[in-house]
Design a protein around this ligand. Structure first.
Ligand SMILES: C[S@@+](CC[C@H](N)C(=O)[O-])C[C@H]1O[C@@H](n2cnc3c(N)ncnc32)[C@H](O)[C@@H]1O
Length: 312
């Protein structure tokens, strides 16, 4: 096995030149920051000699699934990765080493079907994609373990919000990480609904300000901030969880509000209202006590005074 781990060496710097700069690709990261050390994989898997299936979220060059499948020839492994050069290299390694019980899938974890497995591995940033992965996992009816390597010091605190996961044990890592051990969680607890269930869906929050006025924020793209705070993508505000009064569907909103929400996600607008002209990005859309648009400049315009609104 030691020889095999040695042979998994790749020309990292050369290969990484073909990686895209899309969010989540980690383009430009050093090898030891991007990849889990092969000896860590080996050590982690040695704790799971009874399991029959392994899935890695964001499998990069495939080291995890390859090592797992080599270690347990009668078990199956799957690596899911959206960067083509990493996926192709993983597939080449699998073919070169003739490892039939290992599969790589080139797909985006934002939409791909998550296969059932006994063991999952996560070394991944927090955000809507992670929220989606956790939501899908929480819906699985079988029991499994989830191994987590901390990415930026916020992944482990974020997992504490997942009531259905129970921390089982820790495994020391040689990879330099924000937290020096991999955490192993067991599924099976009760899932309570949380705002993270909506960060990858198009729903709308009714949010209360301190003066009791209500505005609308998109759930899509929300990120966990800290403790009970969330940062919205549209509009870009940080709110406290207890400001959220309700969650509604787009179809339940009237057409004026729907139009403003759509404009907000697209770009800058110019507005004519009572012979005045305004320009900026739509931020808060107040719906109670009046329909009011707040622009990025801080100016507020009552919808009933508005004569024209156009994208720039
Ligand atoms: C921090 S690296 C970890 C790589 C590997 N799991 C390891 O521990 O060595 C995260 C990987 O997830 C991939 N990734 C990020 N977002 C993804 C997405 N939405 N769909 C599929 N793969 C993604 C990245 O391209 C990257 O290879």
């Amino acid at each position: 096995m030691k020889d095999f781990l040695e042979e998994l060496k790749i020309n990292f710097d050369h290969l990484e030149k073909s990686v895209s700069s899309r969010p989540g690709s980690y383009f430009g990261l050093e090898q030891e920051a991007l990849l889990t050390d092969v000896s860590d994989y080996f050590n982690i898997f040695s704790h799971f000699n009874h399991i029959t299936s392994y899935v890695e979220f964001g499998s990069a060059y495939g080291h995890g699934p390859l090592i797992f499948s080599r270690l347990y020839p009668s078990a199956q492994s799957i690596g899911i990765e959206f960067e083509e050069v990493r996926f192709k290299t993983a597939t080449t390694l699998k073919n070169n080493f003739k490892i039939p019980n290992c599969e790589f899938i080139l797909d985006d974890l934002a939409i791909t079907k998550i296969p059932a497995a006994d063991l999952y591995f996560l070394y991944f940033p927090t955000g809507p994609i992670l929220d989606r992965i956790l939501f899908e996992l929480s819906q699985m009816i079988h029991k499994f373990n989830l191994v987590v390597v901390e990415s930026h010091s916020d992944l482990i605190p974020r997992l504490e919000k997942e009531t259905w996961l129970t921390e089982a044990f820790e495994i020391p890592l040689v990879s330099p990480r924000h937290y020096s051990k991999a955490k192993v969680y067991a599924s099976g607890g009760l899932k309570l609904s949380s705002y993270f269930d909506f960060s990858f869906k198009e729903k709308y929050f009714m949010i209360r300000d301190s003066d009791h006025s209500i505005w609308i924020g998109d759930s899509l793209g929300l990120e966990w901030h800290s403790k009970d705070s969330l940062t919205l993508l549209n509009p870009p505000y940080t709110i406290h969880e207890n400001q959220i009064q309700a969650l509604v569907e787009f179809s339940s909103l009237n057409s004026s509000i729907q139009h403003l929400i759509k404009l907000r996600t697209v770009g800058e607008v110019k507005i004519e209202s009572q012979q005045k002209h305004f320009q900026g990005f739509i931020r808060k859309i107040y719906i109670d006590p009046h329909l009011i648009i707040e622009l990025s400049s801080g100016q507020r315009i009552k919808y009933e005074d508005l004569s024209k609104i156009d994208l720039i």
